[in-house]
Design a protein around this ligand. Sequence first.
Ligand code: OFO
Length: 172
Amino acid sequence: MLTKKMENALNGQVRVEAESSQVYLSMASWAEVKGLEGISLFMYRHSDEERMHMLKLIKYINERGGHAQITALQAPKKAFTSFQKMFQQLYDHEIEVSKCINELVHVSLEEKDYATHNFLQWYVAEQIEEEALARTILDKINLIGNDKGGLYLFDRDVQRITVDSSASQNEA
Ligand code: OFO
Protein backbone atom coordinates (compact mmCIF):
# COMPACT_ATOMS: atom_id res chain seq x y z
CA MET A 1 0.00 0.00 0.00
CA LEU A 2 1.32 3.42 -0.93
CA THR A 3 1.43 6.18 1.65
CA LYS A 4 -0.51 9.30 0.69
CA LYS A 5 2.72 11.23 0.28
CA MET A 6 4.15 8.57 -2.05
CA GLU A 7 0.91 8.35 -4.02
CA ASN A 8 0.80 12.13 -4.52
CA ALA A 9 4.44 12.22 -5.58
CA LEU A 10 3.90 9.41 -8.11
CA ASN A 11 0.81 11.18 -9.42
CA GLY A 12 2.94 14.27 -9.92
CA GLN A 13 5.19 12.19 -12.11
CA VAL A 14 2.22 10.86 -14.12
CA ARG A 15 1.60 14.45 -15.06
CA VAL A 16 5.26 15.14 -15.85
CA GLU A 17 5.37 12.16 -18.23
CA ALA A 18 2.06 13.13 -19.85
CA GLU A 19 3.31 16.67 -20.39
CA SER A 20 6.59 15.35 -21.79
CA SER A 21 4.62 13.29 -24.28
CA GLN A 22 2.70 16.40 -25.35
CA VAL A 23 5.88 18.50 -25.60
CA TYR A 24 7.46 15.99 -28.00
CA LEU A 25 4.23 15.55 -29.92
CA SER A 26 4.18 19.29 -30.54
CA MET A 27 7.82 19.17 -31.65
CA ALA A 28 6.97 16.26 -34.00
CA SER A 29 4.13 18.20 -35.58
CA TRP A 30 6.27 21.33 -36.03
CA ALA A 31 9.09 19.31 -37.63
CA GLU A 32 6.62 17.54 -39.91
CA VAL A 33 5.19 20.75 -41.34
CA LYS A 34 8.74 22.08 -41.79
CA GLY A 35 9.57 19.04 -43.96
CA LEU A 36 12.01 17.62 -41.39
CA GLU A 37 10.77 14.07 -41.78
CA GLY A 38 13.42 12.20 -39.82
CA ILE A 39 13.28 14.63 -36.93
CA SER A 40 9.51 14.43 -36.82
CA LEU A 41 9.63 10.60 -36.75
CA PHE A 42 12.13 10.78 -33.92
CA MET A 43 9.82 13.12 -31.96
CA TYR A 44 6.68 11.06 -32.60
CA ARG A 45 8.51 8.02 -31.28
CA HIS A 46 9.80 9.94 -28.31
CA SER A 47 6.30 11.14 -27.52
CA ASP A 48 5.07 7.52 -27.58
CA GLU A 49 7.87 6.52 -25.20
CA GLU A 50 6.83 9.19 -22.72
CA ARG A 51 3.25 7.99 -22.87
CA MET A 52 4.55 4.50 -22.10
CA HIS A 53 6.44 5.94 -19.08
CA MET A 54 3.18 7.53 -17.93
CA LEU A 55 1.17 4.31 -18.35
CA LYS A 56 3.75 2.33 -16.40
CA LEU A 57 3.31 4.73 -13.47
CA ILE A 58 -0.49 4.65 -13.68
CA LYS A 59 -0.51 0.84 -13.54
CA TYR A 60 1.92 0.83 -10.64
CA ILE A 61 -0.03 3.36 -8.54
CA ASN A 62 -3.29 1.46 -9.03
CA GLU A 63 -1.67 -1.92 -8.36
CA ARG A 64 -0.34 -0.63 -5.04
CA GLY A 65 -3.75 0.48 -3.78
CA GLY A 66 -3.55 4.09 -4.92
CA HIS A 67 -5.56 5.94 -7.54
CA ALA A 68 -3.71 7.29 -10.55
CA GLN A 69 -4.99 10.76 -11.42
CA ILE A 70 -5.49 11.92 -14.99
CA THR A 71 -5.35 15.70 -14.93
CA ALA A 72 -5.40 18.70 -17.23
CA LEU A 73 -2.01 19.44 -18.74
CA GLN A 74 -0.07 22.55 -19.53
CA ALA A 75 -0.12 23.24 -23.27
CA PRO A 76 3.27 22.79 -24.94
CA LYS A 77 4.94 25.36 -27.21
CA LYS A 78 3.58 25.19 -30.76
CA ALA A 79 6.49 26.68 -32.67
CA PHE A 80 10.28 26.68 -32.46
CA THR A 81 12.82 29.15 -33.81
CA SER A 82 14.99 26.37 -35.23
CA PHE A 83 15.38 22.62 -34.99
CA GLN A 84 18.68 23.23 -33.17
CA LYS A 85 16.87 25.20 -30.46
CA MET A 86 14.17 22.55 -30.34
CA PHE A 87 16.72 19.84 -29.53
CA GLN A 88 18.29 22.09 -26.89
CA GLN A 89 14.84 22.34 -25.32
CA LEU A 90 14.48 18.57 -25.46
CA TYR A 91 17.76 18.22 -23.59
CA ASP A 92 16.80 20.84 -20.99
CA HIS A 93 13.44 19.14 -20.57
CA GLU A 94 15.07 15.77 -19.89
CA ILE A 95 17.36 17.34 -17.28
CA GLU A 96 14.25 18.63 -15.50
CA VAL A 97 12.61 15.18 -15.72
CA SER A 98 15.73 13.62 -14.19
CA LYS A 99 15.44 16.04 -11.25
CA CYS A 100 11.81 14.97 -10.77
CA ILE A 101 12.80 11.29 -10.79
CA ASN A 102 15.56 11.94 -8.25
CA GLU A 103 13.06 13.73 -6.03
CA LEU A 104 10.69 10.75 -6.27
CA VAL A 105 13.48 8.36 -5.29
CA HIS A 106 14.15 10.63 -2.32
CA VAL A 107 10.49 10.46 -1.24
CA SER A 108 10.50 6.65 -1.56
CA LEU A 109 13.43 6.47 0.87
CA GLU A 110 11.82 8.94 3.26
CA GLU A 111 8.65 6.83 3.22
CA LYS A 112 10.69 3.63 3.59
CA ASP A 113 8.83 2.34 0.51
CA TYR A 114 11.42 -0.06 -0.87
CA ALA A 115 9.07 -1.55 -3.47
CA THR A 116 8.60 1.89 -5.01
CA HIS A 117 12.30 2.57 -4.66
CA ASN A 118 12.92 -0.60 -6.65
CA PHE A 119 10.25 0.28 -9.23
CA LEU A 120 11.85 3.72 -9.75
CA GLN A 121 15.23 2.27 -10.65
CA TRP A 122 13.89 1.63 -14.16
CA TYR A 123 13.24 5.39 -14.49
CA VAL A 124 16.67 6.25 -13.10
CA ALA A 125 18.32 4.05 -15.76
CA GLU A 126 16.00 5.39 -18.46
CA GLN A 127 16.96 8.99 -17.65
CA ILE A 128 20.66 8.18 -18.02
CA GLU A 129 19.87 6.83 -21.53
CA GLU A 130 17.68 9.77 -22.45
CA GLU A 131 20.15 12.41 -21.32
CA ALA A 132 22.97 10.63 -23.16
CA LEU A 133 20.86 10.40 -26.31
CA ALA A 134 19.98 14.10 -26.18
CA ARG A 135 23.65 15.02 -25.64
CA THR A 136 24.73 12.88 -28.60
CA ILE A 137 22.19 14.64 -30.78
CA LEU A 138 23.31 18.10 -29.63
CA ASP A 139 26.93 17.19 -30.41
CA LYS A 140 25.93 16.18 -33.93
CA ILE A 141 23.97 19.40 -34.40
CA ASN A 142 26.97 21.47 -33.29
CA LEU A 143 29.15 19.65 -35.81
CA ILE A 144 26.75 20.41 -38.65
CA GLY A 145 26.44 24.14 -38.02
CA ASN A 146 24.55 25.64 -40.97
CA ASP A 147 25.69 23.10 -43.55
CA LYS A 148 22.66 22.02 -45.66
CA GLY A 149 24.21 18.66 -46.60
CA GLY A 150 24.90 18.06 -42.94
CA LEU A 151 21.29 18.79 -42.09
CA TYR A 152 20.14 16.30 -44.73
CA LEU A 153 22.36 13.61 -43.21
CA PHE A 154 21.29 14.53 -39.69
CA ASP A 155 17.61 14.25 -40.60
CA ARG A 156 18.35 10.79 -41.99
CA ASP A 157 20.63 9.77 -39.07
CA VAL A 158 18.31 10.84 -36.29
CA GLN A 159 15.84 8.13 -37.37
CA ARG A 160 18.56 5.56 -36.82
CA ILE A 161 19.28 6.94 -33.36
CA THR A 162 15.61 6.41 -32.57
CA VAL A 163 15.71 2.81 -33.71
CA ASP A 164 18.86 2.14 -31.69
CA SER A 165 17.44 3.68 -28.54
CA SER A 166 14.18 1.78 -28.79
CA ALA A 167 16.14 -1.44 -29.44
CA SER A 168 18.13 -0.97 -26.24
CA GLN A 169 14.87 -0.27 -24.41
CA ASN A 170 13.37 -3.51 -25.66
CA GLU A 171 16.33 -5.38 -24.22
CA ALA A 172 15.75 -3.77 -20.81
FE1 OFO B 1 12.03 11.41 -21.16
O1 OFO B 1 11.32 11.06 -19.51
FE2 OFO B 1 10.07 9.86 -19.26
O2 OFO B 1 10.81 9.28 -17.70
